[in-house]
Design a protein around this ligand. Structure first.
Ligand SMILES: N[C@@H](CCC(=O)N[C@@H](CS)C(=O)NCC(=O)O)C(=O)O
Length: 175
């Protein structure tokens, strides 16, 4: 297998967690997003949206982290990263979607601002970002309750939250 990715991309990280959990070996091809390599014609042939990650498994080309993780689950079911029952599967998938849209994106917005020199930061954007992250963390805590994982055993939902959660923890520890 070959994974086209960019090291800091949280969506690629989601896929790499799943590949690691399933102990699958793969070749990593770094796509330099800063140089626009994702918009080159050769790359657009694999993903018309011009985004990483993209996975190639023999003749199969798959883009979008959620679709890639579904493919890996279908093709390499051990260990299982989705619950067996449809209710549990729906829960894991919904929480993975929530991680992508309501958590990964605002953390990215906040990180972009924090990277800038203090005088250039957009205070309003940071405030909104923090608010959205807090809302997402509140939802996450309510969903977790006393459980260690979001949908029974470790699943694609936990894999989706983990990368940005680690960035937030590192940021909190250093500030
Ligand atoms: N829904 C996609 C989102 C992928 C995505 O947004 N990738 C970003 C990097 S983290 C990207 O390739 N951006 C380049 C661009 O938009 O030009 C997924 O889950 O794979």
């Amino acid at each position: 297998m070959k994974l086209y990715d960019y090291p800091q991309c949280p969506f690629g990280q989601k896929v790499r967690i799943v590949l690691a959990e399933k102990e699958l070996s793969y070749e990593l091809a770094n796509v330099d997003l800063r140089r626009g390599e994702q918009k080159r014609p050769e790359f657009l042939k694999m993903n018309p949206f011009g985004k990483v990650p993209v996975l190639i498994d023999e003749e199969v080309v798959i883009y979008d982290s959620t679709v890639i993780n579904e493919y890996l689950e279908d093709e390499y079911p051990h260990p299982r990263l989705l619950p067996e029952d449809s209710q549990g599967r729906a829960r894991a998938r919904s929480l993975e979607d929530y991680a992508d849209l309501a958590f990964i994106l605002p953390v990215g917005v906040l990180m972009n601002e924090v990277r800038k020199p203090e005088a250039e930061r957009d205070a309003e954007r940071m405030r909104k970002g923090r608010e959205e992250i807090e809302r997402a963390l509140g939802h996450l805590n309510a969903q977790l309750g006393e459980q260690q994982f979001l949908a029974g055993e470790f699943s694609v939902a936990d894999a989706a939250f983990a990368p940005r959660m680690m960035v937030l923890r590192a940021k909190a520890a250093s500030s």
